[in-house]
Ligand binder design. Structure first.
Ligand SMILES: O=C(O)CCC(=O)C(=O)O
Length: 282
């Protein structure tokens, strides 16, 4: 059902959101499939293939399978990463300092250490993040560009992609924290974009697993235009297939987060690495 706040939300964001005019324009027009297709840098025939396939998957098969899964379901999880990658990422976590990121509490300016093998909340926040670790760690940069980049370029149909990355740890918030990402929503980070998630800790149903509404990037475009965030118990979800990603550290997947998705409110700790590919750099 459409109410007034749904109707004005896309336009309110265009007028009042922060960011450049082009960014705000994208946040409005990116809701419309036609604009997502006909944007700058289209490349009809992507040519590159990964130099370092993830865990021995044949590069071309891997890219093709990933693209097919992403187009059809909005995600691809037929991937295994090897222990070396996990160890490297744990080393980064150990040697870095994390910033508290609670949306409702900006007061804490301290930096915190996180032990990836013994996740304990180091402060008073429930969420801590490390932004763009690939800029400080060249091997992570090359893993992203060589192993993940070919999937991104092929899926986004663009030879040039901009990359960002983050690692975040979430902890039990006692049911109190405000975070709109606990509810189903879709992202508007660019006209076309793609995310890769890699769990750095074991994740079960209590650790705030990631969920995605399968194929929701493909359908219901009119509804989607006015409903970037779903209400709790939205009737839109009736009859939809929701995929919940649980698994041991090393579980990973690509996702087009134009699909409705969320991270469930956590009761147990979770540590996640994410890389994001966009076709523009705003
Ligand atoms: O915590 C999660 O799994 C959800 C993250 C999310 O909403 C996003 O990356 O857009």
């Amino acid at each position: 059902m459409l109410n007034l706040s749904n109707i004005i939300e896309p336009f309110k964001e265009f007028i009042f959101a922060s960011g450049s005019f082009n960014y705000r324009k994208m946040r409005l027009l990116g809701r419309i499939p036609r604009f997502r297709k006909y944007t700058p840098n289209p490349m009809e025939h992507p040519t590159s293939s990964p130099n370092e396939p993830i865990s021995g998957l044949h590069p071309l098969t891997f890219v093709e399978k990933a693209i097919t899964g992403l187009r059809q379901y909005g995600y691809y999880d037929g991937i295994a990463v090897d222990c070396t990658l996990l160890d490297h990422l744990h080393e980064i976590v150990k040697s870095s300092q994390f910033t508290p990121r609670d949306i409702s509490n900006h007061r804490d300016q301290n930096l915190y250490n996180i032990d990836p093998l013994n996740l304990q909340n180091p402060g008073g926040a429930y969420l801590y993040a490390l932004l763009n670790p690939h800029l400080k760690h060249p091997w992570l940069h090359s893993f992203i560009s060589q192993s993940l980049g070919p999937v991104a370029k092929a899926y986004l149909n663009s030879e040039t992609v901009s990359v960002s990355s983050q690692i975040w740890a979430s902890f039990d918030d006692g049911g109190r924290a405000y975070n709109p990402d606990f509810g189903f929503h879709y992202d508007l980070d660019d006209y076309r974009f793609l995310k890769f998630f890699l769990y750095l800790s074991n994740v079960d149903s209590g650790s705030g697993p990631h969920q995605v509404v399968e194929s929701s990037h493909q359908h219901d475009h009119f509804f989607r235009f006015f409903n970037r965030r779903l209400r709790e118990h939205s009737r839109y979800l009736d009859g939809k297939t929701i995929k919940t990603f649980v698994g041991n550290a090393g579980t990973c997947f690509f996702e087009d987060t134009l699909c409705y998705h969320r991270g469930v409110r956590p009761e147990e700790p979770r540590l996640v690495f994410q890389a994001e590919f966009c076709i523009n750099d705003y």
